[in-house]
Design a protein around this ligand. Structure first.
Ligand code: MTE
Ligand code: MO
Length: 473
């Protein structure tokens, strides 16, 4: 076993050239596919947007320690690119001693590491904030826990030799923006980039990285929110000052403190979203179920946290939060993985149970019971509460059916010409906004290149605010 952190750059170069006796690395790509392989079909997902692809895992997905690829959520800002591995290269440039271009084979020859880590979108839970805001209305499932295999990002950076003035390491993927939308480019501060848990991964759950998750290579940033986990990576650029692109300067920023719900925050006061906070999800029973009086009820869920600290407390309450019991997480797949918790109780009488789960980590951070509202709806980690009925004769839950949409006029031609060329109506349908909020969304789209005539603008605004008006949750 080579202690990779001790390898010098010269040795690395020799390893790559095959001059040193490199350890045999089992390869899943012995005959690399020319093109990205066809992905496994996703099952049981909530479709938040068909194109670009945004899929959410349903609650039952939290019943497993490792999230299968078929159930793993997808969040893509642009359309999914198809990568040709025979021409694919990873370029490393900027403030480095030696700019490099690595082939996929060269990366595979480097020492391989594996880590189990939660990947959670910063916007997971946005749909619970009150008042609501624009954006994908994720509930619980924009998160999953997978085993990632690849190389340490630091090892690749050491090959190129990062200059001592380097501040940020920026990544770009093969995905191209739709229209004149800004390109999805994200950076890590030097310290997190060089940290040993941060990877460039080519495997997910022991399989080649699937297309929708970034084939052939993605950034894996254990403990940090999903926006840093750049997919389809083709270039790494080392900078001596903070990158100014839209997805760093404007998006994925948080006021860092609670603000009055509904208020705008001066962009200068916003800081980047980084570390995940302690969080938990109850996977069983599901909200609204009926359970049998006198029978053992096995309450299950998962707990996780970010920032290199271990989840060390799980607490469960069955009476709406008056009394709490400790639950010990069972599995341990490392500090960045989620852990399963299980708690048995026996409801003795008919009635209504309000079950809560609460996670904390060893920094003393613990899940709150009230929201900390922020303008983009990031970092939702309010302790989840579900309700179940205790009855003598439980009925199986009725199959979930989508709430009926009010019948309304067909979308105006202007919506088809200006909006539905880039995305579907599904992404609008889930958002319930005030007329002012819809107006701001149209402004954003215009800034992103939608050429909307003033007369069209009015009909689009009237349609959206009439059909998808603000409503209380
Ligand atoms: N190139 C690229 N990388 C990306 C994105 C993207 O749109 N383009 N989305 C990011 C966001 S916001 C999240 S939450 C994660 C989602 O990863 P997944 O689709 O594998 O679940 O990928 C990140 N990496
Ligand atoms: Mo995200």
């Amino acid at each position: 076993m080579i202690d990779y952190s001790q390898l010098s750059r010269r040795n690395l170069v020799r390893l790559l050239a095959g001059a040193a006796a490199a350890p045999a690395i089992p390869s899943l790509f012995s005959a690399p596919p020319a093109w990205a392989p066809a992905d496994k079909k996703k099952t049981g997902m909530i479709v938040r947007s068909t194109r670009p692809e945004d899929l959410e895992m349903t609650i039952d997905g939290f019943n497993t320690d490792i999230t299968p690829i078929e159930r793993f959520f997808v969040r893509s800002h642009h359309y999914t690119p198809k990568v040709d591995l025979s021409t694919w290269k990873l370029k490393i440039s900027g403030l480095v001693d030696k700019p490099l271009e690595l082939t996929f084979e060269q990366i595979q020859k480097m020492p391989k590491v594996e880590t189990v880590s939660v990947l959670e979108c910063a916007g997971n839970g946005r749909g619970f904030y009150e008042p609501s805001m624009a954006g994908l209305q994720w509930e619980h499932g924009a998160v999953g826990n997978a085993k990632w295999g690849g190389v340490k990002l630091a090892d690749v950076l050491k090959l190129a030799g990062v200059s001592s003035n380097a501040v940020e390491i920026c990544f770009d993927g093969a995905d191209l923006p739709v229209g004149s939308q800004p390109d999805f480019q994200r950076c890590l501060p030097r310290s997190k980039a060089m940290s040993p848990e941060t990877l460039l991964a080519y495997e997910m759950n022991g399989e080649p990285l699937p297309t929708s998750h970034g084939f052939p290579l993605r950034v894996v940033v254990p403990g940090w929110a999903g926006d840093c986990w750049v997919k389809w990576v083709t270039s790494i650029n080392v900078l001596d000052k903070p990158f100014e692109g839209f997805f760093m300067k404007t998006a994925y920023r948080h006021p860092g403190k609670a603000v009055k719900p509904g208020t705008a925050v001066d962009p200068a006061q916003m800081e980047p979203v980084t570390r995940l906070r302690p969080k938990s999800v109850i996977s069983y029973p599901e909200h609204g179920m009926q359970v049998k009086v006198g029978e053992t009820l096995n309450i299950k869920g998962v707990v996780w946290t970010g920032g290199g600290s271990a989840v060390n407390v799980g607490k469960v309450s069955i009476d709406g939060g008056s009394r709490w019991e400790d639950v010990r997480p069972s599995t341990y797949n490392g500090p960045y993985a989620w852990r399963s918790v299980s708690f048995n109780m026996q409801p003795e009488q008919e009635g209504y149970l309000q079950i809560l789960l609460r996670a904390g980590d060893d920094t003393g951070d613990i899940q709150p019971h009230v929201q900390s509202w922020n303008p983009s709806g990031y970092n939702w980690n309010v302790s989840q509460m579900i309700g179940v009925e205790v009855v003598k004769d439980p009925k199986a839950p009725a199959a979930a059916s989508a709430p009926a949409e009010p019948t309304a006029a067909a979308p105006p031609a202007a919506l088809k010409q200006n909006c539905l060329v880039c995305h579907e109506e599904d992404v609008m349908k889930q958002q319930r906004l005030t007329k002012t909020q819809w107006d701001r969304e149209i402004d954003k789209m215009v800034r992103w290149g939608a050429k909307v005539k003033p007369t069209d603008r009015e009909s689009i605004l009237n349609y959206l605010s009439g059909r998808y008006p603000y409503r209380m949750k």
